[in-house]
Write a protein that binds this ligand. Structure first.
Ligand code: IDP
Ligand code: MG
Length: 149
């Protein structure tokens, strides 16, 4: 099954949205396989957001993501990457549909509450950046027959 990297950003943590956000992924039927509560170092932030290095918002983005704790997670499921992206909504909360995480909880593009990998390559890169392979938990979700045909 596909795995994706998801993070609740410092704004989501500060605003007390950890439980609400995790609950959405749980209710969807995705399986949590790794999770930790961490401060992102400058070095990790630079690597994680490396593709945006030349963008005008890069400096603020790195400052923001290192400004307070984040919840780093790996979720697994059929089409987990695109499922999470759909549940998060568009990057700018203003454009994100109601019912998506960013649509329901955000206003500003620089405070959009969650991160989710945008494809198989970034998922692999991001999971490996944030987690040791020993931290990924291999477990059987007993209700799987009620989530998948
Ligand atoms: P994504 O998070 O939906 O994948 P990306 O384009 O990869 O969006 O951008 C990474 C993060 O950088 C966004 O989630 C957002 O927090 C921030 N960001 C993107 N574009 C802008 C912008 O134009 N101004 C400020 N911040 C931005
Ligand atoms: Mg992205």
């Amino acid at each position: 099954m596909e795995k994706t990297f998801v993070a609740i950003k410092p704004d989501g943590v500060q605003r007390g949205l950890i439980g609400k956000i995790i609950s959405r992924f749980e209710k969807k039927g995705l399986k949590l396989v790794a999770m930790k509560f961490i401060l992102v170092t400058n070095e990790l932030a630079q690597k994680h957001y490396g593709e945006h290095k030349e963008k005008p918002f890069f400096k603020n983005l790195v400052e923001f993501i290192t400004s307070g704790p984040v919840v780093a997670m790996v979720w697994e499921g059929k089409n987990a990457i695109s499922t999470v992206r759909k549940m998060m909504g568009k990057t700018n909360p203003f454009d994100a549909e109601d019912g998506t995480i960013r649509g329901d909880y955000g206003i500003d593009i620089g405070r959009n509450v969650v991160h989710g990998s945008d494809g198989p390559q970034s998922a692999e890169k991001e999971i490996n950046l944030f987690f040791e392979s020993s931290e990924i938990v291999d477990w059987k979700q007993d209700i799987q027959n009620w989530i998948y045909e």
